[in-house]
Design a protein around this ligand. Structure first.
Ligand SMILES: [Zn+2]
Length: 406
């Protein structure tokens, strides 16, 4: 379990970093009476009852169902007809429209509790769906095995695509630290253990991630050959990369006046180069290759990189730091503040569709909304997985439904 804890810590660190900022914190702005979202949870006038007619407006999010692999501590991937979740070294599958999460194993003789189960991935970590196959990272920080494993969408035919530990040993490294698998790429550091003097004359062992050997990226289907070493660019951080719509997003911290501020970049894997997008807004959001969407000073804002212009799309009436997640049909706002356990769903005409309370589902709001399918938003927390049906939104009565686990 230790390894999973570490991965979660790493992801949470990244989450915090995506939300970090050095610009002055938002003022507690009070907006007009009509902007209190709690009062705006009634259905929009022209929203038809019992349908998904609240879905409107022009979305910049690619028209594909997305898991929040870029931002969720839960390891989830979207396949062609359902969702995959890596949990306790087993891959689970939730078929679209079904209410039960099952081990990804079709063998009728299997109890799904042993290492020969199709759903089993030894020290299973990251999971991603790419080009018709499911890929998983298999290996611990210090295990004697560390691979990228490919399998068919039904869990069968496990194939080791690359032995990363062997690759690390070839460079004089001791083990692999996987940062991310996203958009068909695996990002990892080759780590070496080095004895250093702790100042008292006694030696201690330190893990020097990337210091001496470096960070690498690998096209997970093997089509780009051996892993490539990532460019070390002075300002750019190591490993802080995730997928955001049509961009692979990286960010950096720039020292300034004794503090620092953050910057977003798009990473281009073919050339290992970066394009500067914008300075980080006060909270995490959605940043494709054209514009960034985020919540700032009580408003949903859009910043267009080419013009450098920030537009206010709507005033939300929400004061404080709210994070934004963008989906093909909606925008969701939430805060990490323990004063508000609510998911605020907006359509792409920036109208509030419904505010759904998730109070009691967990303290870590980034971990609650874990992804979506065409018809549902998927939630994690309260001892398991749940969902909100999209067609139930907009009526002010959306319910949270449980997902049974095999
Ligand atoms: Zn099985």
């Amino acid at each position: 379990m230790k390894k999973h804890g570490l991965w979660i810590v790493l992801l949470v660190l990244v989450l915090l970093a995506t939300g970090c900022q050095t610009t002055p914190s938002i003022k507690e702005t009070v907006h007009g009476e009509n902007t209190n979202p709690q009062e705006n949870t009634k259905p929009q006038e022209n929203a038809a009852i019992g349908t998904s007619d609240w879905i409107r407006g022009e979305s910049p999010v690619p028209n594909r169902r997305i898991g929040l692999d870029r931002n969720s501590p839960v390891n989830i991937a979207n396949g062609e007809n359902g969702v995959y979740i890596m949990k306790n070294d087993y891959v689970y599958y939730l078929d679209d429209g079904m209410d039960i999460l099952i081990p990804l194993c079709g063998r009728p003789d299997c109890t799904h509790q042993s290492s020969d189960c199709n759903a089993y991935v030894r020290d299973g970590g990251f999971i991603t769906f790419y080009d018709g196959y499911l890929y998983a990272f298999s290996g611990d920080f210090s295990e004697d095995s560390c691979k990228i494993v490919r399998m068919d969408p039904d869990g069968s035919n496990h194939v080791s695509v690359i032995d990363l530990l062997e690759f690390a040993h070839g460079l004089g490294g001791d083990y692999i630290q996987c940062w991310f698998m996203t958009e068909g790429y695996c990002f990892f550091g080759v780590v070496e253990m080095v004895e250093i003097d702790d100042g008292d004359g006694s030696d201690i062992t330190q893990h020097l991630q990337g210091e001496n050997i470096g960070n690498f990226y690998y096209k997970i289907d093997g089509s780009a050959g051996e892993p490539k070493k990532k460019t070390v660019q002075k300002e750019l951080p190591r490993g802080q990369i995730y997928s955001c719509g049509n961009t692979i997003l990286a960010f950096s911290n720039v020292p300034q006046n004794g503090g620092e501020y953050g910057r977003y970049w798009e990473w281009h894997p073919e050339t290992d180069t970066y394009t500067y997008l914008m300075d980080m807004p006060p909270s995490s959001g959605y940043f494709d290759d054209t514009a960034g969407y985020y919540h700032k000073d009580g408003a949903i804002c859009r910043y267009t990189y080419s013009t450098g212009q920030e537009e206010i799309m709507t005033q939300t009436g929400l004061s404080g730091k709210y994070h934004l997640r963008a989906f093909p049909d909606s925008i969701v706002l939430f805060t990490s503040s323990e004063e508000d356990f609510t998911l605020y769903f907006y359509n792409w005409e920036y109208e509030l569709v419904e505010a759904v309370s998730v109070d009691g589902y967990g303290k870590h709001m980034e971990a609650i909304l874990i992804g979506e399918t065409a018809d549902r938003f998927l939630l994690s927390g309260k001892g398991g997985y749940h969902y909100i049906t999209k067609s139930e939104l907009g009526l002010g009565t959306a319910k949270i439904h449980p997902i049974e686990q095999w």
